[in-house]
Design a binder for this molecule. Structure first.
Ligand SMILES: *Cc1c(COP(=O)(O)O)cnc(C)c1O
Length: 227
């Protein structure tokens, strides 16, 4: 882990009023401790089992961000401690999070994942699905008392085409503002537009990101062989 890279990222985030999430998936707990010891508290993981294991090992004041595709039957494992789920992509998933949050007697913060790419491998809702979900939630708000929807998460296309990446981020940010103006007027907690990763975070900041999710730039490239 390069401390100077971390300090650079923190500086850029503070210029843009954005929060930095250190994405530690596939990396050992020791890598997290290294950043923790210089004051970092927000860490992102993609796999339920891995996040639970690390949460058991590491200090309690870490704020755990779940970024990956979340299966309904695994929500209960992270519900006791997760700080923010970035990847809500369906009503049934939201209903399960509500159920588990209620069981744990807490409120769980979530983001709705918007898919603006044409890549079939990416999870998330398209804009119509996202607006439909918000319609349902706002018409049945008493059934979602243990959930706080805090904004939107999006991933840009996996491409070298900077213009396309910028266009993707503009679309995510526009959806964030639109949904804020329609469904969350006066709700100060609806303030997260989570976009930008190691390869595209500068563009994301320029386009209004309030939360970066940075993995390989901080921790080095990942090994997937073990998964
Ligand atoms: C892995 C991952 C990241 C971090 O990716 P890097 O390119 O390593 O910065 C960010 N967001 C999500 C949803 C991820 O799965």
């Amino acid at each position: 882990m390069q401390t100077s890279t971390y300090q650079q990222l923190k500086l850029q985030c503070s210029h843009h009023n954005a929060t930095l999430i250190a994405v530690s998936k596939t990396k050992p707990a020791a890598s997290i401790t290294e950043l923790y010891d210089i004051g970092h508290r927000d860490f992102g993981e993609n796999y339920v089992q891995e996040m639970v294991e690390k949460q058991n090992l590491l200090p309690n004041d870490i704020q755990w961000h779940f970024l990956g595709h979340l299966q309904r039957n695994k929500v209960k494992q992270i519900a006791p401690f997760v700080h923010l789920i970035h990847s809500v992509d369906s009503l049934p998933l939201l209903e399960e999070i509500q159920k588990q949050a209620n069981k744990n007697n807490r409120t769980i913060n979530v983001l709705l994942q918007l898919n603006v790419t044409t890549e079939e491998t990416k999870f998330g809702m398209d804009e119509n699905e996202l607006l439909y979900l918000l319609e349902v939630v706002s018409s049945r708000s008493s059934q979602f008392q243990n959930i706080q929807i805090c904004g939107i998460m999006g991933i840009a296309s996996n491409t070298d085409n900077k213009q396309l990446i910028r266009k993707n981020f503009q679309q995510i940010f526009t959806a964030f503002q639109h949904t804020k103006n329609v469904y969350f007027i006066g709700k100060s907690y609806y303030n997260i537009c989570s976009m930008g990763m190691s390869s595209d975070y500068q563009i994301a900041l320029e386009e209004g990101s309030t939360m970066l999710r940075i993995g390989s730039l901080l921790f080095g490239s990942r090994e997937y062989a073990q998964k």
